[in-house]
Structures are given as C-alpha cells and as structure tokens.
Design a protein around this ligand. Sequence first.
Ligand SMILES: NC(=O)c1ccc[n+]([C@@H]2O[C@H](COP(=O)([O-])OP(=O)(O)OC[C@H]3O[C@@H](n4cnc5c(N)ncnc54)[C@H](O)[C@@H]3O)[C@@H](O)[C@H]2O)c1
Length: 333
Amino acid sequence: MADILITGGAGYIGSHAVKRFLEEGHKVTVIDNLMRGFGEAVDVLTGYGDLTFHQVDLRNANAVRSVFTKAHFDAVLHFGALCLVNESMSAPELYFENNVYGTLNLLKAMKEFSVKNIIFSSTCAVYGESVYLPINEEHPKKPSNPYGESKLMAENIIKWMSQIYGFNYLIFRYFNVCGAAEDGSIGDSKKPSVLLLQNLVRGAMGIEEFELTCPKVDTPDGTPIRDYVDVNDLIDAHYLGFSYLEQGGASNEINLGTGRGSSVEEMIQEVEKAINVTIPRKRGDARKGESARLFASNAKAQQLLNWQPKRDIKKSVECLQKWYVARPNGYSY
Ligand SMILES: NC(=O)c1ccc[n+]([C@@H]2O[C@H](COP(=O)([O-])OP(=O)(O)OC[C@H]3O[C@@H](n4cnc5c(N)ncnc54)[C@H](O)[C@@H]3O)[C@@H](O)[C@H]2O)c1
C-alpha cells in the first residue's frame, strides 16, 4: 500500500484518479481549494477507502507545506490547475499565478520532504497549432493561449527541479478528456462545462441546450479536429505510470490520446447515432485561442507503459448517460 498525494482531487479527472487509487487499496490525501472542484465529489470518494481531504490552495506555500508534515508521500499526482482556454485569454495572470506558482510550491514541499515521484497533468495545448500530425512528444511547443503556456512553464520547472534535486517525473499531455466513471458515481461537473462530449450528452438527454462554441477553422467541415480520450483510459495510464516510477522508470513526457482525430461535426453525429436522437443546437460565442487540428501519436505511451486506450466514444457516452441520470446538474456543492 502506498501513500499518494493528489492535487485537484475534487475536480473532474483528479476525482477519477482518487477513486482508482482508493479502489487499488492505497491511502490517498487530496489537496483542493474547491475553486473549481466539489465537496460532494469528496464525500462520494470517501466511500471508496482511506481518504484524507485538505481544503488548501496550492498558491499558499505554508498550507501546502503543512500537508507534507502529516504523511510521507510515495508519489504526487498533480491535477490541480485552472484549465479553461477561453478564461485564460481574458485573465492570463490568473493562469500564470495559479498553474505556475502552485506547481512551484508543490515542488518546493517535495524537495523539503524528500518526496521523489511526480506525475503532472499537462495538455496538448502546449503544442499550439499542429505543424505535423499525429503530434508526437518532439513536436514544437508553441502554445496558442496563456493556459497552454502556463502548463509548458510548469513542465519546464518540473524538468529543471528534477534534474537538480533528483525527482522522477512523468509529464502526461492529455488530449481531450471525456466520459465519466463506469458506475456513473463521479463525473465532470464544470459549470458551464467546456467539454464537448459532456455537453453533447446533456443536449441529447434534454438537460441543457447544446451550444456550438467552436470557431470556424480550416478543416474539411470547418470545425476543429480533436482527439477524445476516455477518462477511465487516462486513469489506467496514471496507474501504469505510478508503477513505472515505483519500479525506477526514467523521467519522461508522454502523450495520452487515442491517435484518432474527430471534428466537432463528426462527434455530434457519433453521439446522435449512439443515443439515437437529433441534438438541437444553438450558436454560442466562438471561443478564442483554439487550434484547428490536434491529435496524438500515442506510440510512446504504448511502448513505455504498455498503455492502450480501450474505450470508444460509444462507451464514453454510455458512462456519461449514467452520470447525468444520477446527477443531471452535476454536484450540488
Ligand atoms: N479536461 C481536459 O480535457 C484536460 C485536458 C488536458 C489537460 N487537462 C489537465 O488536467 C487537470 C485536471 O483537469 P480537470 O478537467 O479535472 O479540471 P477541473 O477544473 O475539474 O479540476 C481541477 C481541480 O483543481 C483544483 N484547483 C485549481 N487550482 C487550485 C489551487 N490553486 N489549489 C488547489 N486546488 C486547485 C480545482 O478546484 C479543481 O477541483 C488540469 O491540470 C488540466 O490542465 C485537462
């Protein structure tokens, strides 16, 4: 049994990691300031095992440090960040302060308390507009928005501090994450959500009208092409990554995507087919800072971690339906 610290564990992806590590019998400590996470998620997760929750802001170095005085962590999974591209285009300072300074405080505490292993949630947004496809880890990194830049800065800080202080890291660059827990117990509760599949399923179920917010881009149908990876597959990769680091695997940066690009129009059709409804749509304000085409090469994840995505869009839609049947409006607190 290991002692795991998970930041952002009350948020969408982090809560799935908490559930999985608890189910595997590990002891989990969560840091979340509940700025975008939910107390109700923590309450649900408490039912899965040995969980300690600290409502702490990563920007508060002393508060972060005090969490490290309470346990010795075998690994840190760092999900805690702000991650709305559009918001970062109107308040960039918030993104640099939260995502960069928060990461720095965490690394400083790791150094002080000799915690060696970290898995960092990064993003395909560090690549910016694709120069070639599929995007591998060597692709140029030229973020198109302050969110991507803040994550790239955090990546570089992790790399430098690891080189100097001997941390072992995995930087996971997620592509577009979708889906919910297979038992429908936890899921994405962003209000409003910016995640396409979540919004499509809500639209299809008549919970909320679907708003098309993508800008017109240079693709065959004029809508952006993205790589949609199921959250349960993503968490499988984190579990494999944790074992990899425990066994002394070398630090690395790894894409987590399916390797398949789908346009927004294609995704609308896939969900309509899966649920057998026509999804009414309205035009919302077009988002800023969006790239036209992003999809991953996941060859490195397959080679280093023996990871392969197993769930297709139909499966993600099925889990989302369970989640929204249980909580049509997400968590209530
Ligand atoms: N959702 C995606 O498609 C996607 C894609 C690529 C990368 N990512 C990365 O994955 C991670 C998790 O994303 P998510 O979709 O679960 O987001 P989320 O907003 O649901 O979860 C993030 C959590 O971090 C917490 N948090 C934010 N700033 C904090 C701070 N200063 N102190 C303490 N807690 C803080 C929030 O309260 C929230 O619970 C992020 O790092 C994000 O950059 C997400």
